[in-house]
Design a protein around this ligand. Sequence first.
Ligand code: IPM
Ligand code: MN
Length: 356
Amino acid sequence: MVKKIAVLPGDGIGPEVIEAAVHVLKAVAKKTNQQFEFHYGNIGGVAIDEEGDPFPSSTEELCKSSDAVLLGAVGGPKWDQNEPTLRPEKGLLAMRKNLGLFANLRPVKAYGPLLDSSPLKREVVEDVDVLIMRELTGGIYFGKHEREQVNGEWQALDTLTYSESEITRIAKKAFEAAKLRDQRVVSVDKANVLESSRLWREVVDRMKTDYPDVTVEHMLVDNAAMQLIHGPSQFDVILTENMFGDILSDEASMLTGSLGLLPSASLGDQGVGLFEPIHGSAPDIAGQNIANPLAAIASTAMLLKYGFEMDDEAKAIDDAILKALEAGYRTKDIATEQGAVSTTTEMTEAVIKALR
Ligand code: IPM
Ligand code: MN
C-alpha cells in the first residue's frame, strides 16, 4: 500500500533538515519495499509570503488527505514584526488545533557516543530515558491574548484554561505510554499557585485506579526543572501542560547534548499524525549546510512507528543514527573541540550508509 506523506519544510533550517529526512525515508522505502509518496506544502513564514496565510487551506487539505505529516520548523526575524494573525508560529498552532493533535510525545534518550557532548556529567545523563507527554492544543497557547488601555497604560493578558476532558485525554496518553515503559508517571504542574493545575491534579488522581500498575507522582514545575538537571534518570514519563512541556523539553534536550537531536510526534485520538523536530528554524545557521539533521531524521522514525505502525523500519532508522554517531560523524552542535565537523549532507549520508 502506498503511504502518502505531507511534507512541510517551513522556514530557516527547516528545508535542509527535511530534505535530509526525506532522503532517509526514500532509502528506507528502497530497502524494505515500502512505498511512500511525498507531497509538499507551505507552512509558516514561507506560507505567509506565498499564500498570505501561515496555515493555508491548501496545506490543511493536503494534511487531512495524507497518512502522515512531516514538518521542519517555522519562524524567523523576517516575520517577527507581523501582526499576531500573520506570524509563522500561528500557522503551527492552527495546524495542531485543526488536526486535533493534543498529545505531543517528546522522547529524550542519551545516545551512548554523545555522553560527553552534554554539558552535564556523564554519570548524570547516561541512564536518561524520558518521555515528555506535552498537552498541545490547550492552556495558555490557546487562551485569550489581548491588550487594553487601563489607567493610561497598556495592559496585556493571556488566559490559561483547561477542562476536565482535555486533561483526561492527555493523561490517558501518558498512562498508556507508561504501561509500555517503566510504568511511572510524574505529572508536572504549578498546583501551589494555579487553579488549572489543581484541577489537573484532581483529574490525574482520579484516573489512577484505572492504571493500578502505574505509579503516579505530582511535581511542581520549578522543582521538575531543577530535578531534570539534578537527577534526570529518575523520570520515566513526564505528563504536563502545554507551556511547561515546551519549556521542559528544551531544557531536557541538553541531557542529550543538543537541541538538534530531539524528535517529536503530535497525535490525536484518530486522524493524521504530525512529526517534527523539537528545534526551531535557527535562522542564524540556515542555508549553510551545517544544521544537525538527526532530530528530523529521528522524527521520521517516529512517523514510521506511530504513523504507519512500521516498528522494524523505525528501529532501522534509530539504529542507523546510532551507527553514524558511533562512526564518529558529528555536526557542529555536537562536535568536540578537536574532532572533525560533518555537514548536514555528510551526516545524512552517514545515516543512509548505515541503513543499507
Ligand atoms: C515547539 C515550538 C513551538 C511551541 C513554537 C514555534 C510556537 O517552540 O514546538 O516547541 O512553542 O510549541
Ligand atoms: Mn519549543
